[in-house]
Design a protein around this ligand. Structure first.
Ligand code: HEM
Length: 455
């Protein structure tokens, strides 16, 4: 939907700039982009800054977010910074593409995420969580690295559900590859900001390039294997192989299919895993909430193993996961670039402007959330949810580019929490919670070690 600019002359074209040191911003972006957010975005509806000669608009007001991401979606593209950081691995897949190329890819894969299809995937999610629980049982006493464990579980699920098992790809190596690729993204964002040439070396670049080459060639083998041994499964691989552009009738090249498999594997497991890791840390620090979750799971399952049917009934457990993603949104910042001028509130935003929606700041905003740092799952009761603007909470983004896997992720997270918490609680090892650091996704700044306590 395109919104006409009503009357140009009444719109403001001069922006109240908040001063920001370019060097300071660059250093913060490399270390932790959350520290590069202008502090006033936690209290103000929008903030304009100028870094390296470029104006940026930060949006935290849900009304303005709706106006930008939903009403003016056609005026916005993902922009050079996103493409520069993620393009080498994800190419022009669903997350990074724009315009018509994005649209036909989104339509091609939508079927995988239909509600009835997702329900069919639930037993796979439960089974993967059971394998994790059994692995912990076998290991016996001793600390576990929760982020790592959750990554392994959600990776298992994404490969199993989207690629029907992935035909023998090396799961451990693929996992490490994704981490190696994401680690130096602070550098790619910072260098993009000052328009440095793309060949400039930076720490971790060599490892990231090698990781991407390995990941892409592993997925290429998956496609070749499926082309040689076709079957009629309704998984993502087959959807991509049979997709055809309604305008041109063309099908996807192997490189385009690899772009999308890379996209779904990366976007589809890290995020949920981190949301879960933060949830376990919060539960360990809030025994009253933990008790309520355990009681709900025990009451729902009556001592028998968790089934797919139980998952949708665990209402409080879902609220806990939602509140964990408010405090620690796995995708903490999204950005856009204006492809053409458009009206935003009382301003006329010129073509080329970079728009930043700091989901992390929206979720901690002083005017949107009472006691924003307090962990309180009851914020997601129907009454409290209905009393808020829809875009005060947006862990999955908003508008046509909203996360395609959002229902998948919530279903998966609740299934994993239910299966694990039915047998085991996790106790915190460190007295203080870790600090969140953004590396595209929101990770703990140190290993999140916890102790399993069997129930
Ligand atoms: C808790 C888990 C997850 C979170 C917090 C999350 C968050 C997000 C956000 C914020 C976006 C929008 C990015 C933007 O507007 O620039 C997005 C897009 C996307 N997500 Fe997720 N995601 C999660 C899980 C998943 C899963 C499980 C999948 C796949 C199975 C997935 C696949 C994607 C894809 C393909 C896109 C691009 C959609 C498009 O542009 O059309 N995500 N995600």
């Amino acid at each position: 939907m395109d919104t006409a600019i009503e009357n140009d002359s009444e719109l403001k074209t001069h922006f109240p700039l908040t001063p920001q040191s370019t060097l300071g911003a660059l250093i913060a972006i490399v270390r932790n982009p959350l520290d590069a957010l202008p502090p006033s975005i936690f209290t103000e509806p929008l903030v304009f800054t100028k870094t390296a000669g470029e104006i940026k608009v930060y949006l935290a007001d849900p009304v303005l977010i709706h106006e930008a991401l939903v009403k003016n979606a056609d005026s916005l593209g993902k922009g050079d910074q996103v493409r520069r950081a993620l393009g080498p691995a994800l190419g022009e897949g669903l997350l990074t593409a724009d315009g018509a190329h994005w649209k036909w890819q989104r339509q091609s894969v939508a079927g995988v995420f239909r509600h009835d299809k997702l329900l069919e995937l639930q037993p796979t999610m439960v089974a993967a969580a059971e394998r994790t629980r059994d692995r912990w049982l076998q290991k016996g006493q001793g600390e576990i690295d929760v982020s790592q464990e959750m990554m392994r579980t959600t990776f298992d699920i994404i490969v199993e559900t989207m690629m029907s098992g992935g035909h023998g790809i090396n799961v451990g190596k693929v996992e490490t590859g994704i981490s190696d690729f994401l680690k130096p993204t602070g550098w790619t964002f910072a260098l993009g900001l000052v328009h440095a040439p793309e060949w400039i070396p930076y720490p971790g670049r060599g490892k990231a390039t090698a990781a991407v080459a390995f990941l892409r060639s592993s997925l290429q083998s998956v496609i070749e294997e499926r082309r040689n041994n076709p079957d009629d499964r309704h998984d993502l691989v087959n959807m991509l192989l049979s997709a055809s552009d309604p305008e041109t009738g063309r099908t996807m090249t192997d490189a385009e299919i690899v772009d999308n498999l890379m996209t779904f594997i990366t976007a589809g497991h890290e995020t949920t895993a981190l949301g879960l890791a933060w949830t376990f840390d919060l539960l360990a620090r809030h025994p009253d909430v933990e008790r309520k979750v355990l009681a709900e799971i025990d009451e729902g399952t009556q001592g028998r193993p968790v089934t797919a049917d139980d998952v949708s009934k665990l209402v409080y457990t879902r609220r806990v996961f939602s509140e964990a993603m408010r405090l620690y949104p796995p995708a903490p910042i999204i950005t856009r670039t204006a492809l053409k001028g458009f009206q935003l509130g009382e301003y006329l935003i010129p073509e080329g402007t970079v728009l930043i929606v700091p989901i992390y700041a929206v979720h901690h905003h002083a005017t949107l959330w009472p006691d924003p740092v307090v962990f309180d799952p009851d914020r997601f009761s129907p009454e409290q949810t209905n009393a808020r603007h829809r875009y005060a909470y947006m862990p999955f983004g908003a508008g046509p580019r909203v996360c395609i896997g959002n229902a998948f992720a919530v279903m998966e997270a609740v299934a994993i929490l239910a299966v694990l918490l039915q047998s085991v609680r996790l106790a915190a090892v460190e007295p203080q919670p870790p600090k969140p650091v953004m590396k595209v996704t929101l990770r703990p700044n140190k290993t999140l070690r916890m102790n399993p306590v069997w129930r």
